[in-house]
Ligand binder design. Structure first.
Ligand SMILES: NC(=O)C1=CN([C@@H]2O[C@H](COP(=O)(O)OP(=O)(O)OC[C@H]3O[C@@H](n4cnc5c(N)ncnc54)[C@H](OP(=O)(O)O)[C@@H]3O)[C@@H](O)[C@H]2O)C=CC1
Ligand SMILES: Cc1cn([C@H]2C[C@H](O)[C@@H](COP(=O)(O)OP(=O)(O)O[C@H]3O[C@@H](C)C(=O)[C@@H](O)[C@H]3O)O2)c(=O)[nH]c1=O
Length: 299
């Protein structure tokens, strides 16, 4: 069954950071669905959701994002990041609608020493990264109208993310230790949502075969986790939060079950050249996000 061209934009992962941003910015055009209604662990909910809402396009923002926990629940991560998205892409192909699927910088090992481009081979070193990399191939194979956006280090005023963790930790502790030798591109969920809505607006004029494929879609500019923590905590001082001492530590001094990439910077030129979309600099977006967090606290 094909969907009407004026159908809604259906966003999965309804309670997550990106889905929340998409609904807020896309307003009445967007319908977000989350568990239990749409659940990759219950594959029967996938096609049923497409049939129910008859969307004009789908954004898959549902994923297993607990990087360390994925190491011990490989099957759960596979269902959420690989087999579930494949089923969703098949349902989109059946309805002849585009799918925007979101992926991650963790598909790379992080040993290139320069920003990755889309033609670089993936080399995931974690269950999360491997299941996301396999998911990319599966959705591309299942629906020819698929755009994959690989993003990184996503934060928002809402949901669970590193920036909020640092602000909370900094409010309670005079000293913090944060890894200073892993480098990447922080990305505001709101900025990514706006980029996705701009891409979808372009698709309204008609799908072009050359749109299909993988794009890097991260915030402009780069930093380390330490740099990101310091920037957020410095912004927080504008709202009366004391600045803690933030020590830059080495990866080996913060052991984790899943090995994070050392340098997962993404070159986003293709996104700009092909789809005309560029995300703002992460430092500007951190200023806005921290402001939103403190304004929300103030009620
Ligand atoms: N967060 C980050 O730093 C980054 C994220 N990404 C990618 O961006 C996308 C959006 O991420 P983000 O919004 O941050 O993620 P969140 O963790 O904020 O949200 C993910 C959502 O997926 C849902 N979900 C998890 N498992 C399943 C499942 N089996 N079936 C259906 N829904 C499920 C969760 O549901 P529930 O609320 O019920 O648990 C949650 O609402 C994902 O593809 C992620 O891999 C890429 C790079 C960085
Ligand atoms: C909380 C904390 C973390 N760290 C380190 C651990 C790790 O190397 C780095 C990031 O920590 P986190 O575990 O919060 O972030 P992590 O879950 O690795 O974030 C990743 O999530 C997935 C979903 C993605 O796709 C990635 O792009 C990336 O955003 O910071 C510290 O050094 N000090 C701290 O207090």
């Amino acid at each position: 069954m094909s969907s009407p061209p004026n159908g809604p934009i259906l966003v999965t992962g309804g309670n997550g950071q990106l889905a929340t941003s998409l609904e807020r910015l896309g307003q009445e055009k967007v319908i977000r669905v989350g568990r239990p209604e749409f659940d990759f662990d219950r594959p029967d909910t996938i096609a049923a959701t497409i049939e129910k809402y008859r969307p004009s396009a789908v954004v898959n923002a549902a994923a297993w994002t607990a990087v360390d926990l994925a190491e011990t629940d490989i099957e759960g991560a596979r269902r959420a990041n690989e087999t579930g998205p494949a089923e969703l892409a098949r349902a989109c192909a059946q309805a002849d609608i585009p799918l925007i699927h979101v992926s991650t910088d963790y598909v790379y090992a992080g040993d290139k020493g320069a920003p990755y481009v889309e033609s670089d081979p993936v080399s995931p070193e974690t269950v999360y990264g491997r299941t996301k990399a396999n998911g990319e191939q599966a959705v591309l194979a299942a629906n020819p109208k698929t755009i994959i956006l690989r993003t990184s280090w996503v934060y928002a005023p809402h949901g669970k993310n590193f920036v909020k963790t640092m602000l909370n930790a900094g409010a309670k502790n005079p000293q913090l230790k944060v890894v200073g030798d892993q480098c990447g591109n922080p990305t505001s969920a709101d900025d990514l949502a706006e980029a996705i809505l701009n891409i979808l607006a372009k698709l309204e004029a008609g799908w072009q075969v050359e749109y299909a494929g993988i794009y890097h879609a991260s915030g402009t500019g780069e930093t380390t986790w330490h740099g990101l923590a310091v920037a957020a905590l410095e912004e927080a001082t504008k709202y009366g939060q004391a600045m803690p001492e933030v020590f830059a530590i080495r990866t080996q001094d913060w052991p984790t079950p899943a090995k994070r990439p050392q340098d997962s910077r993404l070159d986003c030129t293709k996104l700009e050249q092909t789809l005309g979309v560029k995300l703002p600099h992460w430092r500007e977006s951190i200023t806005r996000t921290v402001r939103q967090i403190f304004h929300a606290k103030a009620g």
